[in-house]
Design a protein around this ligand. Structure first.
Ligand code: 2AM
Length: 185
């Protein structure tokens, strides 16, 4: 089963990002746009795992969630990976990524005994589109640079997702939601 661990986004944030992508699609760039409902912030991509691993995996994700207090994440502008010059991914950027980096590091530590290799580099981001070629790219970049994205959302849980690939794109299903500690507890 193809799985990954991610932060789910509140509906209003998905709608706001959906409005932005709708605007940017007018650039006519050749890209795969993530549907608003599918938008998420990946903490760790686990690839194809054996179903028998699910209970242990779920337990370790719960452990991770219990060790971190809920926090706020600020979205700040759009960016391109790996670079503005050779963009493959259009993403929404996170202003203060430290709490997310801590979560990802913690997951790496807790999942290593189950055989999952730690991430080499983790850059928290929300993928909006996967760019296919250079057609109309400059137009997209201009439009993206002109958008002043500024939104805050509460990060209160980590979710384990199952991803199924279809011809019209991926479909994601949350298998488990592990709540972070409430502030002040
Ligand atoms: P990204 O879009 O945040 O970059 C589900 O496929 C999620 O797993 C995607 O959102 C993707 O992250 C992440 N992922 C990381 N590495 C991947 C890979 N090699 N193939 C597919 N998804 C990957």
């Amino acid at each position: 089963m193809r799985t990954f661990i991610a932060i789910e986004l509140p509906t209003d944030i998905k709608q706001h990002l959906g409005d932005i992508t709708r605007q940017l699609r007018r650039s006519d760039v050749h890209a795969g746009w993530v549907k608003p409902d599918n938008l998420h912030l990946t903490l760790k991509f686990l690839r194809d795992i054996d179903d028998s691993l699910l209970p242990q995996l779920a337990e370790q994700i719960d452990q991770c969630a219990k060790q971190q207090t809920a926090f706020h994440a600020d979205l700040n502008g759009l960016g391109f990976f790996p670079s503005q010059k050779r963009p493959r991914i259009l993403y929404a950027a996170i202003q203060e990524p430290l709490p997310l980096m801590r979560l990802a590091q913690q997951l790496d530590q807790l999942l290593a005994p189950l055989g999952f290799a730690p991430e080499q580099r983790f850059h928290p981001h929300i993928t909006l589109a996967r760019i296919k070629n250079r057609k109309n790219l400059e137009k997209l970049q201009q439009m993206a640079n002109d958008i002043a994205l500024r939104q805050t959302f509460a990060v209160t849980a980590i979710s384990l997702f199952n991803s199924t690939l279809y011809s019209d794109g991926a479909r994601y299903r949350a298998l488990q939601r592990s709540l972070l500690r409430e502030p002040g507890l």
